[in-house]
Design a protein around this ligand. Structure first.
Ligand SMILES: Cc1ncc(COP(=O)(O)O)c(C=O)c1O
Length: 431
């Protein structure tokens, strides 16, 4: 085969600047040419430790050999079908997911997180006969209509009306409480009191991430989900949990909701389920599924229940369970958290370390006359120079939080290397 030589960086960037539409700020000035395990490599051979698992998805690391084999095999055997047809991998994945959440045995497979939430919101509206949807003010559920209307972290400006009947309540924030001294239970009670006054009696569902990742890695305190579930039940609302980032072992359990012993009415999975390939799932109960059938639920898409991504999902669940990756996330997460707490002790600009398993947040504080935003930007850039990719999420309430979420297949040495690189980056920035 005749491979054209890769363009030099400056040629590539000139073409990128000329032809790529921006969709979320600047592009990262590092261009991976290949990735393997927890590392990215550019054409010059620069190696970067991927502490964001791509877009918080690649829990098996990059190009896991068994995933590569399944993709090759399945694309050659049965790739894509008429949307009304089913196939063996689709049934196998639905069965495997149902075995993990026996209360939610009805499964639909889609491509993206936004799409799964769109389908979940549509399902909740149809079966309740109501249309008002509530989310957290720091949420991210996706860019499609209904998902975007329930996303309050960003993206609400300049696009005309969103969906009427969309409401937000603040997520509890232990590090930077909105009302210091007020318990999360009181804050939740007040929020629902306000909600009851604003809504028109048509509350269909609450949609929540168990850990608000893009919102600043805000972990809902133990007991919160149960209290939220109770608020929903009292109002005849469904609870939709979006485990795009927290599902499939990431937090040390297969699903984050297991910690709280609360099963949602509808569960959406995406990112981690396909380990970087476009696969999402909506899961619900027999009762909701029966009501949806009775009311002619429609969510027909080109890639619904496609065999290729489904075969990937089957293999992902097999590997995660076989290799006990949820337990691994718990133990390696403890090692990573200890390392990050060491940084907190050494550096005044590290204000808080939080999260669960291998989904951790490191929040920067202002220090030495520099703002948290300024410090976090400089640390991220310096870390990348040194060979570590991590990203910062900003919020009105949460200052500047670095999200740290390496693949679950990462090893101890890679965890320690990540902490060392971050330490060096902070040291260099704060000198
Ligand atoms: C919790 C959560 N839900 C949904 C989405 C949207 O997923 P997608 O970008 O695949 O549509 C994201 C993406 O960042 C997310 O973090």
């Amino acid at each position: 085969m005749n491979h054209a030589a890769p363009p030099s960086d400056s040629v590539l960037w000139a073409k990128a600047d000329r032809h790529l539409l921006r969709y979320g700020g600047d592009f990262v000035r590092y261009v991976p040419a290949r990735a393997e395990g927890a590392f990215l490599y550019d054409t010059a051979g620069k190696k970067v430790l991927d502490f964001t698992s791509g877009q918080m998805s690649a829990i098996l690391g990059h190009s896991h050999p068994e995933i590569v084999a399944v993709v090759r095999e399945q694309v050659a055997k049965l790739d894509h079908l008429f949307s009304g047809m089913i196939s063996e991998p689709v049934v196998a994945l639905a069965e495997a997911l149902a075995a993990l959440v026996p209360d939610l045995p009805k499964v639909m497979l889609l491509s993206t997180g936004g799409e799964a939430n769109e389908a979940a919101i549509r399902l909740a509206k149809l079966v309740t006969g109501k249309w008002e949807i509530v989310g957290f003010a720091q949420s991210w559920h996706g860019m499609t209509g209904g998902a975007a209307a329930a996303t309050y972290k960003a993206g609400r400006r300049g696009i005309g009306p969103l969906i009427p009947g969309s409401y937000a309540i603040p997520a509890p924030n232990a590090y930077r409480p909105r009302f210091p001294g007020i318990s999360w239970q009181q804050e939740l009670d007040d929020s629902f009191d306000l909600l009851d006054r604003q809504c028109t009696g048509n509350l269909a569902a609450f949609i929540a991430e168990p850990i608000l990742s893009s919102g600043g890695v805000i972990d809902l305190p133990v007991g919160y989900l149960r209290a939220l579930r109770q608020k929903c039940t009292e109002r005849g609302m469904l609870l939709i949990l979006d485990e795009a980032q927290t599902g499939i072992g990431r937090t040390g359990l297969m699903f984050a909701f297991e910690r709280d012993g609360v099963v949602p009415d509808i569960l959406t999975l995406s990112k981690t389920l396909g380990v970087g390939l476009p696969l999402a799932a909506v899961m619900t109960s027999d009762a909701i599924s029966a009501e949806a059938d009775a009311r002619d639920y429609l969510f027909l898409t080109t890639h619904v229940n496609d065999p290729l991504p489904a075969a990937v999902g089957v293999k992902v669940l097999e590997i995660v369970q076989r290799d006990r990756l949820a337990e691994r996330a718990a133990s390696l997460g403890a090692r990573l958290a200890a390392g990050l707490r060491g940084l907190q002790q050494r550096h005044a600009c590290v204000g808080d370390v939080r999260g669960r398993g291998l989904l951790l947040g490191l929040e920067f504080d202002a220090a030495n006359g520099r703002s948290a935003a300024e410090i976090s930007d400089a640390v991220t850039d310096t870390a990348l120079d040194l060979g570590l990719s991590a990203n910062i999420v900003r919020g009105a309430v949460s200052g500047a939080t670095m999200r740290i979420a390496p693949p679950l297949t990462v090893n101890e040495a890679e965890i320690d290397l990540g902490v060392e690189l971050l330490d060096a980056a902070i040291r260099r920035v704060m000198q």
